[in-house]
Design a protein around this ligand. Structure first.
Ligand code: ADP
Length: 266
């Protein structure tokens, strides 16, 4: 199933969670970024188009100015994102540059998706970048966002992006293999659910545990993202980015994950 959805997709949005971008010590992980960029480059050379949604501005900010790590004040949090976003993109530029690709940055808020003019401009910018083999890297504009105008998590942001760009597949990269019947970090006997055709039935049959480490939305927002994209005919894959060359492993069937089937496939 996973091999098939990756094979069939030409336009792929890939979202990287904070847990995947951060090392255990809370600093950003450039080795992961290099390996991931090299895999995206391989996909692009196969004729696929990639848009990346990247979390990690706060993690990157803390990597840069660690004395701010424990500051909870909102102004410091937003200032930390302003610092970290530059650091994050600097790392992405180095990572994609090593594979011969340029990147472009889009920082978005909820309001951008609610305004027809902005939506059209975002769409045109993404199409232009991708047509020119530049990799768009998208994040929420956390330095200007506040509660009322926030999308709040990059799972939902990546779903809105996939719909805006008319993607063929959304991939959420996290630190777990997929959705389990219960939190795999708490229960060793948790069972991986490999295919989801009915989201409501899934919601009723699993227990959702706490969000992990630097994560924001947890499984709840991943299911919200799945509901959004599958309703638009876009399948979603939730997969683990912890191992090197994980996209290759998913594509050749040697790594498992959870596929959420698009409504039109049902
Ligand atoms: P990310 O930063 O990668 O988006 P999150 O931390 O927000 O990741 O969400 C993933 C986490 O959700 C996992 O690390 C896991 O501990 C937790 N989780 C809770 N319940 C479940 C479940 N039923 N299946 C899978 N993961 C779960």
């Amino acid at each position: 199933m996973i091999t098939q959805v990756i094979h069939d997709a030409r336009k792929i949005v890939i979202k990287i969670g904070s847990n995947t971008l951060a090392k255990a010590d809370g600093t950003i992980n450039p080795e992961f970024m290099k390996d991931f960029a090299a895999q995206c480059a391989d996909l692009m050379r196969q004729g696929k188009q990639i848009v990346v949604v990247s979390s990690g501005a706060q993690v990157a900010g803390v990597s840069t100015i660690d004395r701010w790590a424990r500051k909870k004040d909102i102004h410091y949090r937003q200032a930390l994102c302003a610092i970290g976003q530059v650091e994050l993109m600097d790392n992405w530029r180095a990572a994609f540059g090593a594979s011969g690709f340029h990147i472009g940055q889009l920082l978005l808020t909820k309001e951008d998706f609610q305004d027809d003019h902005r939506t059209l401009n975002m769409r045109n910018t993404i199409f232009t970048l991708v047509d020119e083999d530049v990799v768009p890297i998208i994040n929420e504009n956390d330095s200007v966002s506040y509660e009322e105008i926030k999308i709040g998590d990059n799972d939902n942001l990546s779903a809105l992006t996939a719909i805006l760009w008319s993607a063929d597949l959304l991939v959420l990269v996290s630190d777990i293999d997929g959705v389990y019947d219960k939190n795999p970090k708490e229960y060793a006997d948790a069972k991986l659910i490999e295919t989801v055709a009915d989201l409501d039935a899934l919601r009723g049959s699993i227990s959702i545990g706490a969000t992990n480490g630097f994560g924001t939305g947890g499984i709840t927002t991943k299911l919200e993202a799945a509901a959004k994209v599958t309703a638009y005919g876009i399948p979603m894959l939730l997969a683990n980015g912890s191992r090197p060359r994980f996209i290759e492993a998913l594509a050749n069937g040697s790594q498992k994950g959870t596929v959420f089937l698009a409504q039109e496939d049902l």
